[in-house]
Design a protein around this ligand. Structure first.
Ligand SMILES: NC(=O)NCCC[C@H](N)C(=O)O
Length: 406
């Protein structure tokens, strides 16, 4: 096994994964903030944690090292000066318009040990947490009924999205919505100051300050030459171009395949409708097969990106880039349109492949799971009554850091 960040496929044996154990941040969800915080419902925390623990346990049982956001970020903040810089940057990004509030929150958080500080930032800082705020500006006199000074990060358990490990490097993303942007700062500090996570020499393909949105659910590493990326509700064409230019110039990857998927909440990322489960097998949501447009980005002879609109079918393109005689696209929900819609909504196509032909899925998606099983895929299911309320499945809940090469 190579050390550090090493990810040249979607299906190679998974050695190390970054998760976030769902926590009190989801108890900051109320119907009034659902739309802004990207939820449709409130997970019951106790049960969601049990489900998440089972997810981690299944991974460990299959030889995967599981590391957590809170621990890995805390390791990055051991130096006092780094901890201070991180907190200041976090406060800069937290829409705090009052100087008095900002100072009070800074004093409250910096006094905590690094791990506790990170946990609190993720859970959100409530007005009740800060008993006394000095009035220093007009904004300090203005009060509202909203309970938080700093919003919680209820989406962090979808660790797939704030970043992506590709080859021997990392993307730290610029998220499309303000509510998820601060999640990426945790990852950025992990990259910069936690050498267990990102040893010297790890590359950075995309950075927090890059201006165009790109989210990890859209990034699929097909093999050591090809990265597929969804042009989606969350990932912009300009973000894809910037990522492609960097990775094509500085790595062994030769092409970026762009899948232009419908822009809708149900299909928010490519991995909600398309994932790889074996050398030659994929899950796909039937509703994207028709409208799909595909493009390829390569480097021209002049060293500049070359863009091409592809006319061939997805199946033929996959055969070509994977150098296979045939590929099988397994339809989420089979041929039943209602099962397809229902199971896609509950992330039936969102499989996490942990070795060729072995996937982790939500047990509730029994139609798709059964089909995968019939196709010879080993399906390890996890309970999902509460986790699925956040609209993401096992692939969304995991950021693979290290996989064996194929
Ligand atoms: N890769 C994924 O599709 N992640 C799921 C993210 C769900 C989260 N509630 C969001 O809307 O961002």
């Amino acid at each position: 096994m190579y050390p550090g960040i090493h990810n040249y496929s979607e299906i190679g044996k998974l050695n190390k994964v970054l998760l976030h154990r769902i926590g009190p941040e989801v108890e900051g969800l109320v119907p009034d903030n659902f739309a802004r915080l990207l939820f449709d419902d409130i997970p019951y925390l106790k049960v969601a944690q049990q489900e998440h623990d089972r997810f981690a346990e299944v991974l460990r049982e299959n030889g995967v090292e599981v590391v957590y956001y809170v621990d890995e970020t805390a390791k990055a903040l051991q130096e006092q000066s780094v901890k201070e810089e991180f907190l200041n940057k976090m406060l800069d990004e937290s829409d705090l318009f009052s100087e008095g509030v900002r100072e009070a929150i800074y004093d409250y958080l910096i006094a905590m040990p690094a791990k506790q500080m990170v946990e609190k930032i993720i859970a959100g800082v409530k007005k009740d947490d800060i008993p006394k705020v000095e009035t220093k500006s007009l904004a300090d006199f203005i009060t509202s009924a909203y309970p938080f000074y700093m919003d919680p990060m209820p989406n962090l358990y979808f660790t797939r999205d704030p970043g992506a490990c590709v080859g021997n490097g990392l993307n730290v993303h610029h998220m499309s919505t303000a509510t998820r942007r601060r999640e990426c700062l945790l990852l950025r500090y992990m990259f910069m100051h936690n050498k267990d996570f990102a040893p010297e020499g790890s590359q950075l393909w995309y950075d927090y300050d890059d201006p165009f949105s790109i989210e990890g659910g859209d990034v699929l590493v097909l093999n050591s030459e090809t990265v597929a990326i969804g042009l989606s509700q969350r990932t912009s064409a300009a973000g894809i171009e910037r990522f492609a230019e960097n990775i094509l110039h500085k790595s062994t990857f030769k092409r970026v395949l762009v899948l232009d998927i419908p822009k809708s909440r149900a299909f928010m990322h490519l991995d909600t409708v398309f994932t790889m489960v074996d050398y030659d097998k994929f899950t796909i949501h039937p509703e994207i097969e028709g409208p799909l447009r595909l493009f390829e980005i390569t480097l021209g002879m002049d060293g500049k990106p070359h863009f091409e609109s592809l006319t061939d079918s997805l199946q033929n393109i996959l055969k070509k880039v994977l150098k296979l005689p045939a590929v099988d696209l397994i339809r989420c929900g089979g041929n039943d349109p209602m099962a397809a819609q229902r199971e896609q909504w509950n992330d039936g196509s969102n499989t996490l492949c942990i070795a060729p032909g072995t996937v982790v899925t939500y047990e509730r998606n029994y139609v798709t799971n059964d089909l995968l099983d019939k196709k010879g895929i080993k399906v390890l299911t996890i309970p999902s009554a509460e986790l699925s309320r956040g609209r993401g499945g096992p692939r969304c809940m995991s950021c693979p850091v290290n996989r064996d090469d194929l």
